[in-house]
Design a protein around this ligand. Structure first.
Ligand SMILES: [Zn+2]
Length: 430
């Protein structure tokens, strides 16, 4: 026991990012479906972690642990899959990334004026302070809900935004972010949507015609942990799922929804980043999204869950690659959303890819929010992979100088997505 305490203590005082010592990351770009499928077939064998999703002709970034690097490179060369080093030393790169964010704080702090700034990644405290303040300043339209608590006891906060407190029968739009802790670019796109719906309104029809539920950080425990301890943390922080969960906490919140749960593309090993949990909705964080769906099911027409990276708009069914009865609507609305972004996107960012989640990524995902929401009856459900890492960009953050740009262009996809959802499903019974 004494030994265990000592080991834990020594682990605790390790320098930040030390667990990534010796890890490397690579750009990989399959140019055919055959190459993509060979690559994704190696995910389990080499324990590959794609921080930027890969598709045919779409370069991704993959993290590779030291023990698999030689074999992984040998495999890429045998299959002739284009690749190049992204980071020789993850630990060092995270330190550089941290410095970039710190340096940016010094430049930008004075011009923020008390509102949430879009010139840097924000701590959970800043995001929560903003949500509280918006609810306080706009009581007529904004209702703060924080009835559930995360595993570690943090409030799970979301806003209901409505002209009449959800009293009429308007279609409901739901957008969440941050279920995957490390995907720091996702929460600002949702706080920016709050800003555009109540503080800086340029599309008044959106509140006239719809009610909104905006949930910027679904997994606050993981978010805080990714800031303070492990930059690449993805899961929740629960320790009650398995005997091993004390040592390997957390569940992949986006593999924990109650549809085709744990049937494919998941792991039963609590130490895996895609651990599905002990049962569907074992995690209060994903359960809280499920409860919102239950509460508003009869009126919810559009459900978007924000992730990164990859510049992709993905729709069901992600668990088996088949198409839903309304795949045509899912595809055309997805294309409209992507077009709206592509029009505004900076030239050095790739265009969005739109498609069925499994067909684009070439791997199946069970128990994900997008599939669950659609299975429950919400007609338009998407996973939106925001833009970020690509050739020429070092590090594992989208450079903070691009946060504002990404929020502005992503907002346009919400605008068109809501309007199209209203046209297609707003007036009919689902
Ligand atoms: Zn994600």
């Amino acid at each position: 026991m004494k030994f265990l305490v000592l080991v834990l203590f020594v682990t605790a005082i390790h320098a930040k990012h030390e667990i990534y010592s010796g890890w490397k990351s690579f750009f990989v770009k399959p140019v055919s479906h055959d190459q993509l499928s060979k690559l994704t077939s190696k995910i389990v064998e080499f324990d590959l972690d794609f921080v930027s999703n890969v598709a045919v002709n779409r370069e991704g970034i993959v993290l590779v642990k030291p023990q698999y690097q030689v074999d992984f490179l040998k495999f890429l060369s045998e299959e002739n899959i284009s690749n190049q080093i992204h980071s020789e030393d993850l630990q060092k790169q995270f330190e550089i990334d941290d410095q970039k964010i710190e340096a940016r704080k010094l430049v930008t702090r004075s011009v923020n004026g008390g509102r949430i700034p879009y010139d840097n990644y924000q701590t959970l405290d800043v995001i929560y302070e903003y949500i509280d303040k918006i609810a306080e300043d706009y009581p007529e339209t904004v209702t703060l809900v924080s009835s559930s608590k995360s595993f570690e006891g943090r409030p799970l906060k979301y806003l209901k935004i409505s002209k009449d407190k959800f009293a009429s029968n308007k279609p409901v739009i739901f957008i969440d972010a941050g279920i995957h802790a490390r995907e720091w670019i996702s929460p600002p796109t949702v706080t920016y949507a709050i800003h555009k719906l109540v503080e800086n309104v340029t599309e008044p029809d959106l509140l006239e015609n719809f009610d909104w539920i905006l949930f910027p950080v679904v997994n606050p425990d993981g978010y805080v942990y990714s800031f303070e301890r492990e930059r690449m943390w993805r899961k929740t922080r629960s320790t009650d799922q398995n005997v091993l969960s004390q040592f390997c906490p957390g569940v992949d919140g986006n593999r924990n929804f109650n549809f085709e749960w744990n049937t494919i593309g998941t792991s039963n090993n609590p130490c895996s980043d895609i651990y599905a949990g002990s049962k569907p909705f074992s995690e209060v964080e994903s359960r809280s999204v499920g409860e919102i769906i239950d509460e508003h099911l009869d009126r919810m027409v559009l459900f978007i869950t924000m992730h990164s990276y990859g510049s992709m708009i993905l729709y069901p069914w992600g668990h088996n690659g088949t198409l839903s009865h309304n795949a045509f609507s899912l595809h055309t609305v997805g294309i409209d959303m992507a077009d709206a972004i592509n029009k505004l996107a900076l030239p050095h960012f790739p265009n969005y890819v739109v498609g069925n989640g499994m067909l684009v990524l070439n791997y199946a995902v069970a128990g994900a929010a997008e599939d669950y929401a659609h299975y429950r009856g919400i007609p338009l459900t998407y996973t939106l992979e925001l833009p970020g890492l690509r050739s020429g960009f070092a590090g594992f953050h989208l450079d903070p100088i691009y946060i504002h740009q990404v929020c502005i262009e992503t907002w346009e996809s919400f605008v068109i997505g809501a309007r199209r959802a209203g046209e297609l499903y707003g007036k009919t019974n689902l």
